[in-house]
Ligand binder design. Structure first.
Ligand code: GLP
Length: 241
């Protein structure tokens, strides 16, 4: 694992954006696995700026997002589709039909999960997967459990996750209780993983995930088995490593 420690969130965002842009420059038709959450927001802003300046070209890039809330319309301001449009896709020259987020409104969620895995297979897998980390060690919405789930699946969100994400909704009751998330197979098959972490409140889980036992109780711990992980974190998040 290659580790970059940065002074603060802004420097972390810039470093992560540099790594992602190197991938896009070297392989213009790259397949990006993308994450939501507050951590990659600064990176997306930086990428949009560079694209605006003509330094980056997303016209051949394809993307698959990790997850989506079950029951949220893509136009809902807390849906992950909306997040991606507002934070990245609306600001870069990507072909919108080349962007993929699970459909939170799908009536048959099992069929939607299968459709999503097929999309990833048809793309030939992921070249670079961006990951954040939840406070309980979740990646995407792979919550702590007894087994690692391999394929895209529906999850019941844990109380901790509902609590953590409540800040984005009008009230805690408005937070969806379920999500669809990519499983660990396409994540672990990604050629490169770009893991971004920020803030003192992530220091304990970063330590547990990256230096503790590999266990589905801390889903991000499986990243210890991936041979090509780049971790970019500010010094607060990496303070206990
Ligand atoms: C969310 C997302 C994850 C994200 C995590 C951390 O619930 N499903 O993909 O990595 O929680 O979010 P944040 O970066 O806001 O701490």
């Amino acid at each position: 694992m290659q580790i970059f420690v940065t002074e603060d969130y802004q420097a972390m965002s810039r470093k992560a954006a540099n790594i992602l842009s190197a991938q896009v420059i070297l392989k213009p038709d790259t397949v990006l696995g993308l994450a939501t959450g507050s951590t990659p927001q600064g990176m997306y802003k930086q990428l949009a700026d560079w694209c605006d300046k003509g330094d980056l070209d997303f016209s051949q890039v394809k993307t698959v997002n990790l997850d989506e809330y079950v029951g949220l319309d893509p136009t809902h301001d807390q849906s992950y589709r909306y997040f991606m449009q507002k934070n990245l896709f609306d600001h870069i020259n990507i072909v919108q039909s080349n962007t993929n987020v699970p459909n939170g409104l799908a009536k048959d969620t099992a069929a939607e999960c299968q459709r999503y895995d097929q999309i990833i297979r048809d793309m030939g897998g992921i070249d670079l997967q961006v990951l954040g980390m939840g406070h309980n060690g979740h990646i995407g919405f792979n919550e702590p459990g007894d087994t690692f789930e391999l394929d895209t699946h529906v999850v019941d969100l844990t109380e901790r996750t509902i609590e953590a994400n409540a800040r984005f909704f009008a009230s805690r009751d408005d937070v969806p209780r379920q999500a669809m998330t990519m499983g660990v197979r396409p994540i672990m098959q990604a050629k490169l993983i770009l893991l971004v972490v920020s803030g003192e409140d992530k220091a304990d889980i970063v330590k547990a995930a990256l230096t503790g036992p590999v266990t589905p109780k801390v889903p991000a711990s499986i990243l210890q088995l991936h041979t090509n992980v780049v971790l970019v974190g500010d010094k607060a998040a990496l303070s206990k490593l």
